[in-house]
Design a protein around this ligand. Structure first.
Ligand code: SAH
Length: 365
């Protein structure tokens, strides 16, 4: 067996790990020990697994690796936001972003290479190449961030990676099974141990999958709304033609586990002259009636060749005031990492960029 053909155990779920060990004839408690080393301790080397017999460690090392997706490039913004371009085993690439804040740090995780949704204002939507990420490739993004931030073991206090948002490249509800499998590992108290309350899944509105998301993963839900009328949303988020506003809001009304303490976030990108009027703010309030909601106003982040402009500060402030006056929290999201194209909607992996425009590779992380 060549080195390259070894399988990585990092990213496997409990059942898969147990199955691999059963192939080796190992006893079931070995799987629990390995789980601890992989997901609690973040081991990258079998040799470090001191609770396992040396012979067993050697057997494992001969057959498996603990590799994460490899880092093709890493960049740090002036504001501390970090972006990693990951190269997957088949050569495709995705991006993961870490956004440090005063009281928390959020990792923005990708669920697909590219995206099929073609939202008009989103850079990722212009990337034609698309495939689903496997569960291990999704978990691998979290593990790699922990490696880079030096945050093992999982029980470490005062960490920089406290929250996860499934808001990177791709539509997570088009890759539900792998996203769910990955989040189970991330949420496992003996695994990466990030609580479902600290995880938010953002969807453009794949209505039939919303109930399953609540029932089977139970994470916080964010909806990329962006418009209050179907004719406008049909253009901005073409998925709206399939699942129009009324159906989407009905699914939100029924989202399992939502409550005033756990509100659904409605993301609304502010586009000049397209969706930024006071009348639309009032309509938004009307639409959200009866849903435990908060609104996140996202100033449009430009990208090369984008067909829109960001709304003016005055328009955004007026919009926010109207929504806020109706009793909803309506913060304006500060763009982060714009200088390294790491802000919302700016991710587009080098899979389809020319080599010349590749991100610079710094010497070290
Ligand atoms: N497909 C999912 C996950 C992507 S999340 C979804 O649509 O929710 C990415 C978030 O950034 C979405 O709310 C998206 O609408 C928003 N976004 C996309 N392009 C943007 C841009 N150029 N400026 C600001 N926000 C953008």
């Amino acid at each position: 067996m060549t080195v390259d053909s070894k399988k990585s155990l990092a990213g496997l779920g409990r059942a898969e790990l147990a199955a691999e060990l059963a192939l080796l004839g190992a006893e079931p408690f070995r799987a629990r020990q390995l789980w601890h080393w992989i997901y609690h301790r973040g081991a990258t080397d079998f040799a470090a697994m001191s609770s396992l017999a040396r012979g067993f460690r050697e057997v494992l090392a001969a057959r498996y690796t603990l590799d994460r997706p490899s880092i093709a490039a890493a960049q740090t913004s002036r504001d501390g936001t970090r972006k990693w371009l990951l190269r997957l085993a088949d050569g495709h690439e995705v991006e993961t972003v870490h956004i440090p804040e005063e009281d928390r740090g959020t990792l923005c995780v990708s669920s697909q290479v590219g995206c099929t949704l073609t939202c008009r204002f989103c850079h990722t939507g212009t990337q034609r190449l698309v495939r689903n990420l496997g569960a291990a490739e999704i978990v691998g993004q979290v593990m790699l961030a922990r490696d880079a931030l030096g945050e093992w073991p999982s029980s470490k206090d005062e960490r920089e990676l406290t929250n996860i948002v499934l808001m990177g490249m791709g539509e997570p509800l088009y890759n539900f099974d792998n996203v769910a499998a990955a989040m189970k590992i991330v949420m496992d108290p003996e695994g990466l141990a990030i609580s479902r309350r600290k995880i938010t899944l953002s969807t453009a509105g794949v209505v039939p999958m919303i109930a399953r998301c609540g029932a089977e993963i139970g994470v916080n839900l964010a909806i990329s709304l962006h418009a209050v009328r179907d004719d406008v949303r049909d253009v901005l988020v073409p998925l709206n033609k399939k699942y129009p506003l009324a159906a989407l809001l009905e699914a939100c009304r029924n989202y399992p586990g939502s409550s005033n303490a756990r509100r659904i976030t409605f993301e609304y990108v502010m586009l000049k002259g397209v969706n930024d009027s006071p009348a639309e703010a009032r309509e938004l309030v009307r639409l959200l009636k009866g849903i435990p909601a908060k609104v996140n106003l996202i100033p449009f982040n430009p990208w090369p060749g984008a067909p829109y402009e960001c709304a003016s500060d005055a328009a955004i402030a007026a919009f926010s005031d109207i929504v806020f006056a109706a009793g909803y929290s309506a913060p304006v999201r500060t763009p982060r990492g714009r200088d390294i194209l790491a802000a919302c909607g700016q991710l587009k992996s080098a899979s389809v960029k020319s080599r010349a425009s590749r991100l610079p590779v710094p010497a070290a992380l």
